[in-house]
Design a protein around this ligand. Structure first.
Ligand code: ARG
Length: 563
């Protein structure tokens, strides 16, 4: 419909192409201002007239149009009123399409997303939950737009900390304890190492020696390290299973250890490496940044070196158009440095294709969640708590629901995901159970509940078949029209979310649609005797259900049929 209106205007103006016109078309906030509006300010220069006169001229020139009720001139604006039943039909037909909300803008393009990436031998905490949830949602959003998305878990599985851990294990650990308590025991050993090293600094040299052994392929060192990694992965995968999430590759930092020399060689050949206190660095003072350290005094690689190697590996292997990194904002400088170094090596693509996607902190009812403050919150525990609490609420609200446990899992996990995704990602998120599980608030359970309500309406309407056209003229009440218009924002919402790397746009949309539906549901009887009216209202309910389902899907959240 928008396209038709754009073409109509394009035929009657000078100095503006149809594409330009399309970017200026607005959806008026009020029904009285029509379905589409076009401001004429921009034309004043090329058409040498006041905008309001231009608007009047265009209206005059267009005359009567079969799909329009009327065109109004309001100041500099042209307001278009589409014939209601045609408008309704166009919107319903669009929303019925299988891939409604999606597109093929990403056909033949690859996007790599580097997210989650916990640090081996450390717990999977709430901060890693956030990168996991945001990264997964971006994966779904880009896939809906036709991109081939590669999900990469860049595990923190290499570095001096493993030397420390080996020393701690050899001095104070046992096989049994590690097998029994897993990551919790490895964390205990790590803390113990630091306590002891404060008293006896020689331990630090020992740790360095063990890491050096790892770097030189020592079998014993590598087998202990691999064991720590396997144990950690079992725990991480439990969390991913709960979340219903998966990766295409677990390629941790260790994967790049034999690819770092190539980076050093490239930098050397390009004359970019400088020595500084024994370390080799790339000076970035021209760009107002601290230097990027490439190798340490003893020649070993660091986090940044491995990220540099990973970029070249990914570019050559997957030929990405974009590579996205979802981490906390404290890594902003790290990525700015690394991306700059890639660019300085003559890779112009780095400017637009490497994108850091930072997010804010998570706090639990006010308290900061971090390992250092000793307030360790495992993501897995939060998810289990959410499931348990959802089970209690559901048992009370719907005692007769048959598959309460399954539904509680969907609602509990969904509530945590939604809470993380609802606010702009850069904002800090506070976590409180009352808020997260409020079935009437702007929450996951609220959207899921609305979806279940729609499902029940559609289930009870026995003669309804979405493949059969409905009587479009019966949809005209403001609440119904408003709902339909909300639903029709979906394609724009998905492309905006992708453009801004911002799943919250989709989460907010889901709440808007749910609210619009509930308003419609409360003001309009669906089960009326007139078959054609009833069918049209069920159709609106069906489209709400479909759109809520698909929007939640983009957030990584399931939608129960009943709850
Ligand atoms: N392991 C890191 C952390 O926990 C995140 C890794 C992010 N990805 C990357 N390519 N550097 O903070």
């Amino acid at each position: 419909m928008k396209e038709k209106i754009v073409n109509l205007i394009a035929d009657h103006v000078e100095g503006m192409t149809a594409e330009e016109i399309a970017t200026f078309i607005e959806i008026p906030p009020k029904q009285e201002l029509g379905d589409y509006a076009f401001p004429c300010f921009r034309l004043a220069k090329t058409m040498h007239k006041a905008p309001n006169l231009i608007a009047a001229d265009i209206k005059e020139a267009i005359g009567d149009v079969d799909f329009l009720d009327k065109i109004d001139v309001q100041g500099a604006y042209l307001n278009f009123f589409v014939k209601k039943d045609i408008f309704v039909q166009t919107m319903i037909e669009a929303a019925l399409k299988d891939n409604f909300g999606g597109s093929d803008e990403g056909a033949d393009k690859v996007i790599c997303i580097d997210y989650s990436s916990p640090n081996v031998a450390k717990n999977f905490h709430v901060g890693h939950l956030r990168t996991t949830i945001i990264g997964n949602s971006l994966y779904k959003i880009y896939s809906k737009l036709g991109y081939k998305v590669i999900r990469i878990n860049h595990l923190g599985d290499w570095g001096t900390q493993f030397g420390k851990l080996i020393v701690a294990y050899k001095n104070w650990g046992t096989k049994e304890a590690v097998e029994k308590d897993g990551v919790a025991e490895l964390m205990r050993l790590y803390v113990k190492f630091h306590e002891e090293a404060d008293k006896n600094p020689e331990l630090v040299d020992e740790a360095r020696a063990w890491f050096s052994k790892m770097e030189h392929g020592d079998e014993e060192a590598l087998s202990i390290w691999q064991w720590f990694k396997d144990i950690s992965l079992v725990e991480y995968k439990r969390t991913y299973d709960l979340l219903g999430m998966d990766f295409d590759y677990y390629l941790g930092e260790s994967f790049y250890r034999d690819k770092c020399q190539d980076v050093v060689d490239q930098l050397t050949n390009a004359n970019l490496l400088k020595e500084s206190e024994g370390a080799m660095i790339v000076d970035l003072s021209d760009y107002d940044m601290a230097p990027c350290i490439v190798t340490k005094k003893d020649g070993s690689s660091i986090y940044a070196t491995r990220d540099l190697a990973a970029i070249f590996y990914r570019k050559n292997t997957y030929h990405f158009t974009k590579c996205l990194y979802v981490t906390g904002q404290e890594q902003k400088l790290h990525f700015a440095q690394v991306f700059k170094v890639v660019e300085l090596l003559g890779n112009d693509w780095a400017k637009d294709s490497l994108v850091h996607i930072p997010y804010g902190l998570v706090s639990l009812e006010g308290a900061k969640l971090s390992t250092r403050s000793g307030n360790i919150i495992y993501a897995e525990d939060i998810l289990h708590d959410a499931i348990k609490k959802s089970f209690e609420i559901i048992s009370e609200k719907s005692p007769n629901l048959p598959d309460k446990e399954e539904v509680a899992k969907i609602v509990g996990v969904g509530s945590v995901l939604f809470n993380d995704l609802y606010n702009q990602r850069i904002k800090d998120v506070s976590f409180s159970w009352d808020k997260v599980l409020n079935f009437d608030g702007e929450t996951g359970p609220y959207v899921q509940y609305t979806h279940a309500r729609c499902s029940s309406v559609v289930r009870l309407a026995e003669n309804f078949d979405p493949a059969k056209p409905v009587d479009y003229s019966t949809i005209s009440e403001p609440d119904a029209m408003n709902l339909l218009k909300e639903i029709n924002r979906f394609p724009k919402v998905v492309s905006d979310a992708a453009e801004k790397y911002e799943p919250s746009v989709v989460a907010r949309f889901a709440v808007d649609v749910a609210q619009a539906f509930n308003k419609f549901y409360n003001s309009t009887r669906i089960n009326v005797p007139e078959e054609n009216v009833k069918n049209a209202r069920v159709m609106l309910t069906y489209l709400t259900k479909k759109t809520l389902h698909d929007a939640l899907e983009l957030l990584g959240i399931n939608a129960p049929e009943a709850m």
